[in-house]
Design a protein around this ligand. Sequence first.
Ligand SMILES: Nc1ncnc2c1ncn2[C@@H]1O[C@H](COP(=O)(O)OP(=O)(O)O)[C@@H](O)[C@H]1O
Ligand SMILES: [Mg+2]
Length: 331
Amino acid sequence: MLCIVDTMSTSNQNTADPVIAARNLRKSFGDVEAVKDLSFSVAPGQVVGLLGPNGAGKTTTVNMLATLTSIDDGSASIGGFDVATQPDLVRQLIGLAGQAAAVDEKLTARENLELFGRLYKLPSSERKQRADELIEQFDMADFADRVAGTHSGGQRRRLDVVAALVADPPALFLDEPTTGLDPRSRAELWDAIGKLAAGGTAIVLTTQYLEEADHLADEVLIIDKGTVIASGTPETLKRSLEGDVLEIHVDEGEMPGALELIGPVDGLVSDEEARQIGVPVGDDVARSLEILRRLEDGGISISDFQLRRPTLDDVFLNLTGAPTEKAEVPA
Ligand SMILES: Nc1ncnc2c1ncn2[C@@H]1O[C@H](COP(=O)(O)OP(=O)(O)O)[C@@H](O)[C@H]1O
Ligand SMILES: [Mg+2]
């Protein structure tokens, strides 16, 4: 859009500067410190992933950057414009696909995109053309002319994301874009997001899925209780988290004996109620066998065991020493 080019050219930015910059952001709601001292930046074409469980502060962070929630302390800029003092300019540079769907269920995908074009004040001829372009670019032809109320979950989320692109914003915020999607829809949306980054859009993506951050993000911030507890490329983070977890379920009354036989292990998780023990075993299959043999020799009655990949819960446990709170089911 022309207005974006104009505003960008007056901001003394060059392409090496970050499109999105957050500096020491803070936000509290009453006693809850939702975001504490969060800083990061996103360059053109870069995807930064905010990875964390429910309540970590991801949506609050995105909403502050997108001018929807006021900033208590710290500052943020988009394309060089200050989010707090120049919100109108900032809004011309951003697209947001939030957790709550913004599309109108009674309109078709195409009509929804045209409506967004009107909200962004595109002339009516351009609105149609832009909708056509997006439908083609993001493979939406088979559901473009069906009302959104009849779309599958994956189609709906794709429309949400694409609706945020109508004004071709240089900065895009995607808040848990694939939560609740089946694997195939997720993969399709991942493709669409990858295309956007390749086209130069600076993207902030929030997710609860390690795998998603791994697939899409150039840089990941792992967030817990409003602070960054680890950050880096997916590669470096994975290296620190690699290895499997041996999960053992024991029969009633066997937990104390089992824990004693296993002994102290870094990152071990035990759940008395579920009679379940998780032992990080790295990539060493012999270690799992050795633990199981030790329990068997000790006469512990095992009801079940499995070797599994670390989950986000294991990552948190590893980094914080405390399990994540159980995920709340959104209303
Ligand atoms: N409008 C609000 N009023 C009160 N508390 C809020 C509000 N929005 C978020 N919170 C609280 O702030 C914390 C972070 O929430 P949120 O940013 O939504 O986390 P996430 O998106 O990572 O799940 C949570 O404890 C949440 O309950
Ligand atoms: Mg959220």
